[in-house]
Design a protein around this ligand. Structure first.
Ligand code: NAP
Ligand code: GLV
Ligand code: GLV
Length: 328
Protein backbone atom coordinates (compact mmCIF):
# COMPACT_ATOMS: atom_id res chain seq x y z
CA UNK A 1 0.00 0.00 0.00
CA UNK A 2 1.21 3.47 -0.88
CA UNK A 3 2.49 5.68 1.88
CA UNK A 4 -0.10 8.21 3.09
CA UNK A 5 1.61 11.32 1.97
CA UNK A 6 -0.97 14.05 2.34
CA UNK A 7 -3.09 15.32 5.18
CA UNK A 8 -6.60 16.15 3.96
CA UNK A 9 -9.77 17.41 5.65
CA UNK A 10 -13.21 16.87 4.10
CA UNK A 11 -15.66 19.21 5.84
CA UNK A 12 -18.67 16.89 5.60
CA UNK A 13 -19.51 13.38 4.47
CA UNK A 14 -19.63 13.26 0.65
CA UNK A 15 -20.31 10.19 -1.55
CA UNK A 16 -17.87 7.29 -1.10
CA UNK A 17 -16.90 7.50 -4.79
CA UNK A 18 -14.76 10.54 -3.90
CA UNK A 19 -13.49 9.40 -0.51
CA UNK A 20 -12.28 6.12 -2.07
CA UNK A 21 -10.04 8.03 -4.46
CA UNK A 22 -8.46 9.97 -1.60
CA UNK A 23 -7.91 7.16 0.92
CA UNK A 24 -4.89 5.41 -0.65
CA UNK A 25 -2.62 8.45 -0.57
CA UNK A 26 -4.19 10.69 2.08
CA UNK A 27 -4.43 10.78 5.84
CA UNK A 28 -8.12 11.58 5.63
CA UNK A 29 -10.32 13.26 8.19
CA UNK A 30 -14.00 13.59 7.36
CA UNK A 31 -15.96 15.87 9.68
CA UNK A 32 -18.39 13.29 11.08
CA UNK A 33 -21.47 15.35 12.00
CA UNK A 34 -24.40 15.78 9.63
CA UNK A 35 -24.13 19.58 9.77
CA UNK A 36 -21.66 22.22 8.59
CA UNK A 37 -18.33 22.18 10.41
CA UNK A 38 -18.30 24.92 13.09
CA UNK A 39 -15.95 27.74 12.15
CA UNK A 40 -13.74 27.37 15.23
CA UNK A 41 -13.22 23.72 14.43
CA UNK A 42 -12.38 24.51 10.80
CA UNK A 43 -9.88 27.16 11.93
CA UNK A 44 -8.21 24.65 14.26
CA UNK A 45 -8.13 21.70 11.86
CA UNK A 46 -7.06 23.61 8.76
CA UNK A 47 -3.74 24.48 10.45
CA UNK A 48 -2.51 20.93 9.89
CA UNK A 49 -3.72 20.03 6.40
CA UNK A 50 -2.27 20.10 2.88
CA UNK A 51 -5.66 19.96 1.20
CA UNK A 52 -9.23 20.92 2.06
CA UNK A 53 -12.30 19.51 0.32
CA UNK A 54 -15.03 21.96 1.28
CA UNK A 55 -18.67 22.79 0.62
CA UNK A 56 -20.35 25.92 -0.71
CA UNK A 57 -21.59 26.59 2.83
CA UNK A 58 -18.04 26.77 4.25
CA UNK A 59 -16.85 30.39 4.26
CA UNK A 60 -13.19 30.36 3.28
CA UNK A 61 -12.04 33.93 3.94
CA UNK A 62 -8.74 35.57 4.88
CA UNK A 63 -8.94 34.42 8.49
CA UNK A 64 -9.31 30.78 7.41
CA UNK A 65 -6.55 31.06 4.80
CA UNK A 66 -4.22 32.74 7.29
CA UNK A 67 -4.80 29.83 9.68
CA UNK A 68 -3.61 27.35 7.02
CA UNK A 69 0.19 27.53 6.61
CA UNK A 70 0.45 24.14 4.84
CA UNK A 71 -2.58 24.45 2.58
CA UNK A 72 -1.99 23.94 -1.16
CA UNK A 73 -5.47 23.30 -2.46
CA UNK A 74 -9.10 24.22 -1.75
CA UNK A 75 -11.30 21.79 -3.64
CA UNK A 76 -14.86 23.15 -3.59
CA UNK A 77 -17.60 20.54 -3.88
CA UNK A 78 -19.67 22.86 -6.13
CA UNK A 79 -19.41 24.82 -9.34
CA UNK A 80 -20.07 28.16 -7.57
CA UNK A 81 -17.14 29.43 -5.48
CA UNK A 82 -18.44 32.69 -4.07
CA UNK A 83 -17.83 31.18 -0.60
CA UNK A 84 -14.06 31.41 -1.18
CA UNK A 85 -11.86 34.51 -1.23
CA UNK A 86 -10.18 33.39 -4.46
CA UNK A 87 -8.10 36.54 -4.79
CA UNK A 88 -6.51 36.04 -1.38
CA UNK A 89 -6.04 32.30 -1.99
CA UNK A 90 -4.25 33.15 -5.24
CA UNK A 91 -2.00 35.59 -3.43
CA UNK A 92 -1.10 32.85 -0.95
CA UNK A 93 -0.41 30.38 -3.78
CA UNK A 94 -3.38 28.17 -2.85
CA UNK A 95 -5.09 26.53 -5.83
CA UNK A 96 -8.90 26.71 -5.84
CA UNK A 97 -10.86 24.13 -7.84
CA UNK A 98 -14.57 23.50 -8.57
CA UNK A 99 -16.87 20.93 -10.21
CA UNK A 100 -18.37 22.49 -13.36
CA UNK A 101 -20.33 20.71 -16.09
CA UNK A 102 -21.30 17.50 -14.35
CA UNK A 103 -24.13 19.24 -12.48
CA UNK A 104 -25.43 21.30 -15.40
CA UNK A 105 -28.31 19.00 -16.37
CA UNK A 106 -29.40 18.24 -12.81
CA UNK A 107 -29.56 21.96 -12.01
CA UNK A 108 -31.31 22.84 -15.27
CA UNK A 109 -33.88 20.12 -14.53
CA UNK A 110 -34.49 21.59 -11.10
CA UNK A 111 -34.99 25.07 -12.55
CA UNK A 112 -37.68 23.56 -14.77
CA UNK A 113 -39.20 21.67 -11.84
CA UNK A 114 -39.54 25.03 -10.08
CA UNK A 115 -40.85 26.75 -13.20
CA UNK A 116 -43.55 24.15 -13.80
CA UNK A 117 -44.39 23.82 -10.11
CA UNK A 118 -44.83 27.57 -9.75
CA UNK A 119 -46.71 28.13 -13.03
CA UNK A 120 -49.09 25.21 -12.43
CA UNK A 121 -49.39 25.57 -8.64
CA UNK A 122 -48.23 22.01 -8.04
CA UNK A 123 -47.23 22.45 -4.41
CA UNK A 124 -50.43 24.33 -3.52
CA UNK A 125 -52.36 21.48 -5.10
CA UNK A 126 -50.47 18.87 -3.11
CA UNK A 127 -51.11 20.80 0.11
CA UNK A 128 -54.82 21.06 -0.67
CA UNK A 129 -55.15 17.31 -1.26
CA UNK A 130 -53.21 16.40 1.89
CA UNK A 131 -55.36 18.78 3.93
CA UNK A 132 -58.44 16.81 2.85
CA UNK A 133 -59.79 19.84 0.93
CA UNK A 134 -60.15 18.19 -2.49
CA UNK A 135 -63.90 18.22 -3.10
CA UNK A 136 -63.75 17.11 -6.73
CA UNK A 137 -62.80 18.64 -10.08
CA UNK A 138 -63.50 22.37 -10.17
CA UNK A 139 -63.74 24.72 -13.14
CA UNK A 140 -62.02 27.48 -11.18
CA UNK A 141 -59.76 25.35 -8.98
CA UNK A 142 -56.06 26.38 -8.83
CA UNK A 143 -55.82 28.07 -12.21
CA UNK A 144 -52.18 28.57 -13.20
CA UNK A 145 -50.46 29.83 -16.34
CA UNK A 146 -49.63 28.22 -19.71
CA UNK A 147 -46.04 27.87 -20.87
CA UNK A 148 -46.55 27.29 -24.57
CA UNK A 149 -45.46 30.20 -26.74
CA UNK A 150 -44.45 32.33 -23.76
CA UNK A 151 -41.16 34.19 -23.40
CA UNK A 152 -38.34 32.71 -21.33
CA UNK A 153 -35.65 35.12 -20.10
CA UNK A 154 -32.28 33.58 -19.21
CA UNK A 155 -30.06 35.77 -17.03
CA UNK A 156 -26.50 34.41 -17.34
CA UNK A 157 -26.23 32.27 -20.49
CA UNK A 158 -23.44 29.94 -19.37
CA UNK A 159 -23.59 26.15 -18.98
CA UNK A 160 -26.75 25.95 -16.86
CA UNK A 161 -28.51 28.91 -18.48
CA UNK A 162 -27.99 27.31 -21.89
CA UNK A 163 -29.28 23.93 -20.68
CA UNK A 164 -32.39 25.60 -19.23
CA UNK A 165 -33.02 27.38 -22.53
CA UNK A 166 -32.58 24.13 -24.51
CA UNK A 167 -35.30 22.49 -22.45
CA UNK A 168 -37.83 25.13 -23.56
CA UNK A 169 -38.08 23.72 -27.10
CA UNK A 170 -40.99 21.44 -26.23
CA UNK A 171 -43.01 24.44 -25.11
CA UNK A 172 -42.12 26.41 -28.25
CA UNK A 173 -41.02 29.36 -26.17
CA UNK A 174 -39.32 32.53 -27.35
CA UNK A 175 -35.95 32.81 -25.63
CA UNK A 176 -34.27 36.07 -24.63
CA UNK A 177 -30.96 36.11 -22.79
CA UNK A 178 -28.76 38.55 -20.93
CA UNK A 179 -25.02 37.87 -20.62
CA UNK A 180 -21.86 39.82 -21.24
CA UNK A 181 -20.77 37.69 -24.19
CA UNK A 182 -22.98 36.45 -27.04
CA UNK A 183 -24.00 32.78 -26.94
CA UNK A 184 -23.83 31.52 -30.51
CA UNK A 185 -25.35 28.16 -29.69
CA UNK A 186 -28.49 29.77 -28.25
CA UNK A 187 -28.80 32.15 -31.18
CA UNK A 188 -28.28 29.50 -33.88
CA UNK A 189 -30.11 26.54 -32.36
CA UNK A 190 -32.97 28.29 -30.56
CA UNK A 191 -33.20 31.62 -32.32
CA UNK A 192 -32.55 33.25 -28.95
CA UNK A 193 -31.89 36.98 -28.81
CA UNK A 194 -29.34 38.75 -26.59
CA UNK A 195 -30.98 41.79 -25.02
CA UNK A 196 -30.24 44.32 -22.28
CA UNK A 197 -31.42 43.20 -18.82
CA UNK A 198 -34.16 45.87 -18.74
CA UNK A 199 -35.66 44.54 -21.97
CA UNK A 200 -35.50 40.93 -20.80
CA UNK A 201 -37.24 41.80 -17.54
CA UNK A 202 -39.96 43.78 -19.29
CA UNK A 203 -40.72 41.08 -21.87
CA UNK A 204 -40.21 37.72 -20.20
CA UNK A 205 -43.04 35.67 -18.73
CA UNK A 206 -40.48 33.50 -16.93
CA UNK A 207 -37.13 34.88 -15.77
CA UNK A 208 -34.55 32.28 -14.73
CA UNK A 209 -31.31 33.32 -13.02
CA UNK A 210 -27.99 31.58 -13.84
CA UNK A 211 -25.22 34.10 -13.13
CA UNK A 212 -22.54 33.37 -10.53
CA UNK A 213 -22.63 35.53 -7.39
CA UNK A 214 -19.98 38.24 -7.82
CA UNK A 215 -19.77 41.89 -6.76
CA UNK A 216 -21.40 42.79 -10.13
CA UNK A 217 -24.31 40.34 -9.82
CA UNK A 218 -25.02 40.98 -6.12
CA UNK A 219 -28.65 42.27 -6.01
CA UNK A 220 -28.76 42.33 -9.81
CA UNK A 221 -32.48 41.71 -9.30
CA UNK A 222 -33.26 44.56 -6.93
CA UNK A 223 -36.47 46.52 -6.33
CA UNK A 224 -36.03 48.55 -9.54
CA UNK A 225 -35.42 45.40 -11.61
CA UNK A 226 -38.50 43.72 -10.12
CA UNK A 227 -40.61 46.76 -11.02
CA UNK A 228 -39.70 46.24 -14.67
CA UNK A 229 -41.16 42.72 -14.68
CA UNK A 230 -44.72 41.97 -15.77
CA UNK A 231 -47.25 41.38 -12.98
CA UNK A 232 -47.96 38.02 -14.65
CA UNK A 233 -44.28 36.99 -14.64
CA UNK A 234 -42.59 34.31 -12.55
CA UNK A 235 -39.02 34.51 -11.22
CA UNK A 236 -36.91 31.35 -10.86
CA UNK A 237 -33.66 31.42 -8.87
CA UNK A 238 -31.33 28.42 -8.82
CA UNK A 239 -28.17 30.60 -8.92
CA UNK A 240 -27.35 32.22 -5.57
CA UNK A 241 -29.75 33.90 -3.14
CA UNK A 242 -27.93 37.23 -3.04
CA UNK A 243 -28.35 37.76 -6.79
CA UNK A 244 -31.86 38.82 -5.68
CA UNK A 245 -32.68 41.47 -3.08
CA UNK A 246 -34.87 39.14 -1.01
CA UNK A 247 -36.86 41.77 0.94
CA UNK A 248 -37.60 43.55 -2.37
CA UNK A 249 -38.81 40.25 -3.83
CA UNK A 250 -41.08 39.67 -0.84
CA UNK A 251 -42.52 43.16 -1.30
CA UNK A 252 -43.14 42.61 -5.03
CA UNK A 253 -44.86 39.26 -4.37
CA UNK A 254 -47.01 40.68 -1.56
CA UNK A 255 -48.08 43.62 -3.72
CA UNK A 256 -48.85 41.22 -6.59
CA UNK A 257 -46.39 42.99 -8.87
CA UNK A 258 -45.13 39.50 -9.66
CA UNK A 259 -47.21 36.34 -10.17
CA UNK A 260 -44.86 34.00 -8.35
CA UNK A 261 -41.35 32.78 -7.62
CA UNK A 262 -39.58 29.43 -7.51
CA UNK A 263 -36.51 29.51 -5.30
CA UNK A 264 -33.77 26.98 -4.57
CA UNK A 265 -31.39 29.49 -2.97
CA UNK A 266 -31.69 32.27 -0.38
CA UNK A 267 -29.84 35.37 0.59
CA UNK A 268 -28.98 34.16 4.12
CA UNK A 269 -28.99 30.39 3.78
CA UNK A 270 -30.15 28.35 5.57
CA UNK A 271 -32.43 31.12 6.82
CA UNK A 272 -35.43 31.86 4.62
CA UNK A 273 -37.14 35.25 4.77
CA UNK A 274 -40.10 34.59 7.13
CA UNK A 275 -42.55 36.39 4.80
CA UNK A 276 -41.68 34.00 1.95
CA UNK A 277 -42.89 31.12 4.09
CA UNK A 278 -46.34 32.73 4.29
CA UNK A 279 -46.83 33.24 0.56
CA UNK A 280 -48.78 30.68 -1.50
CA UNK A 281 -47.40 31.81 -4.86
CA UNK A 282 -43.83 30.74 -4.13
CA UNK A 283 -42.24 27.31 -4.26
CA UNK A 284 -39.31 26.91 -1.88
CA UNK A 285 -36.63 24.24 -2.16
CA UNK A 286 -33.62 23.62 0.14
CA UNK A 287 -30.74 24.25 -2.34
CA UNK A 288 -30.96 20.89 -4.12
CA UNK A 289 -30.03 21.93 -7.67
CA UNK A 290 -27.30 19.32 -8.10
CA UNK A 291 -28.83 16.79 -5.73
CA UNK A 292 -29.11 13.61 -7.78
CA UNK A 293 -27.35 10.37 -6.91
CA UNK A 294 -25.47 10.27 -10.22
CA UNK A 295 -24.41 13.92 -10.16
CA UNK A 296 -23.23 13.91 -6.55
CA UNK A 297 -21.22 10.72 -7.13
CA UNK A 298 -19.46 12.34 -10.06
CA UNK A 299 -18.98 15.65 -8.22
CA UNK A 300 -17.26 13.70 -5.43
CA UNK A 301 -14.91 12.04 -7.93
CA UNK A 302 -14.09 15.33 -9.64
CA UNK A 303 -13.48 17.15 -6.34
CA UNK A 304 -11.19 14.31 -5.21
CA UNK A 305 -9.28 14.26 -8.50
CA UNK A 306 -8.85 18.04 -8.44
CA UNK A 307 -7.45 17.86 -4.92
CA UNK A 308 -5.09 14.95 -5.60
CA UNK A 309 -3.75 16.51 -8.79
CA UNK A 310 -2.60 19.64 -6.97
CA UNK A 311 -1.08 17.68 -4.08
CA UNK A 312 0.79 15.48 -6.55
CA UNK A 313 2.10 18.52 -8.43
CA UNK A 314 -0.11 18.17 -11.49
CA UNK A 315 -2.53 20.69 -12.96
CA UNK A 316 -6.11 19.84 -11.87
CA UNK A 317 -8.98 19.39 -14.32
CA UNK A 318 -10.90 22.39 -13.03
CA UNK A 319 -8.76 25.15 -11.53
CA UNK A 320 -10.53 28.42 -10.70
CA UNK A 321 -7.25 30.33 -10.40
CA UNK A 322 -4.91 28.69 -12.95
CA UNK A 323 -2.58 31.67 -12.62
CA UNK A 324 -1.21 30.06 -9.45
CA UNK A 325 0.61 27.40 -11.48
CA UNK A 326 3.44 29.16 -13.29
CA UNK A 327 4.69 30.53 -9.96
CA UNK A 328 4.63 27.18 -8.13
P1 NAP B 1 -21.14 29.43 -16.02
O1 NAP B 1 -21.09 28.42 -17.11
O2 NAP B 1 -19.90 30.15 -15.64
O3 NAP B 1 -22.28 30.47 -16.38
C1 NAP B 1 -22.46 31.68 -15.77
C2 NAP B 1 -22.71 32.73 -16.84
O4 NAP B 1 -23.02 33.97 -16.21
C3 NAP B 1 -21.47 32.96 -17.70
O5 NAP B 1 -21.65 32.37 -18.96
C4 NAP B 1 -21.33 34.46 -17.76
O6 NAP B 1 -21.41 34.82 -19.13
C5 NAP B 1 -22.54 35.01 -17.03
N1 NAP B 1 -22.16 36.15 -16.20
C6 NAP B 1 -21.16 36.24 -15.28
N2 NAP B 1 -21.12 37.46 -14.74
C7 NAP B 1 -22.09 38.17 -15.34
C8 NAP B 1 -22.53 39.51 -15.21
N3 NAP B 1 -21.93 40.36 -14.36
N4 NAP B 1 -23.57 39.91 -15.97
C9 NAP B 1 -24.16 39.06 -16.83
N5 NAP B 1 -23.79 37.79 -17.00
C10 NAP B 1 -22.76 37.35 -16.26
O7 NAP B 1 -21.66 28.77 -14.67
P2 NAP B 1 -22.76 27.59 -14.52
O8 NAP B 1 -22.06 26.28 -14.43
O9 NAP B 1 -23.83 27.77 -15.50
O10 NAP B 1 -23.31 27.94 -13.04
C11 NAP B 1 -23.93 29.17 -12.79
C12 NAP B 1 -24.18 29.35 -11.30
O11 NAP B 1 -25.24 28.51 -10.88
C13 NAP B 1 -23.01 28.94 -10.37
O12 NAP B 1 -22.07 29.99 -10.25
C14 NAP B 1 -23.71 28.66 -9.06
O13 NAP B 1 -23.74 29.81 -8.26
C15 NAP B 1 -25.13 28.29 -9.48
N6 NAP B 1 -25.46 26.87 -9.22
C16 NAP B 1 -26.44 26.56 -8.34
C17 NAP B 1 -26.79 25.24 -8.12
C18 NAP B 1 -27.88 24.88 -7.15
O14 NAP B 1 -27.75 23.88 -6.46
N7 NAP B 1 -28.96 25.64 -7.07
C19 NAP B 1 -26.11 24.21 -8.78
C20 NAP B 1 -25.10 24.56 -9.67
C21 NAP B 1 -24.78 25.90 -9.88
P3 NAP B 1 -20.64 36.13 -19.65
O15 NAP B 1 -19.24 35.97 -19.23
O16 NAP B 1 -20.91 36.12 -21.09
O17 NAP B 1 -21.32 37.28 -18.97
C1 GLV C 1 -24.29 24.57 -6.15
O1 GLV C 1 -24.97 25.46 -5.74
C2 GLV C 1 -23.08 24.73 -6.88
O2 GLV C 1 -22.62 25.87 -7.06
O3 GLV C 1 -22.52 23.70 -7.30
C1 GLV D 1 -60.01 17.12 -17.48
O1 GLV D 1 -59.70 16.19 -16.77
C2 GLV D 1 -60.64 17.02 -18.74
O2 GLV D 1 -61.00 15.90 -19.17
O3 GLV D 1 -60.81 18.07 -19.38
Amino acid sequence: MAEKKFSVLVTRKIPQSGLELLRPSCELEVYPEDRPIPRQELLRKIAKVDGLLCLLSDIIDREVLDAAPRLKVLSNYAVGYNNIDVEYATRKGVVVTNTPGVLTDATADLAWALLLATARRVVEGDRLVRQGKFRGWGPMLLLGHDLKGKTLGIVGAGRIGTAVAERSVGWKMRVLYYSRRPNEFLEKELGARKVPLEELLAEADFVSLHVPLTPETHHLINGAALRKMKPTAILINTARGAVVDEPALVQALKEKRLAGAGLDVYENEPQVHPELLKLDNVVLLPHIGSATVETRDEMARIAARNLLAVLEGRKPEFPVNPQVFPTR
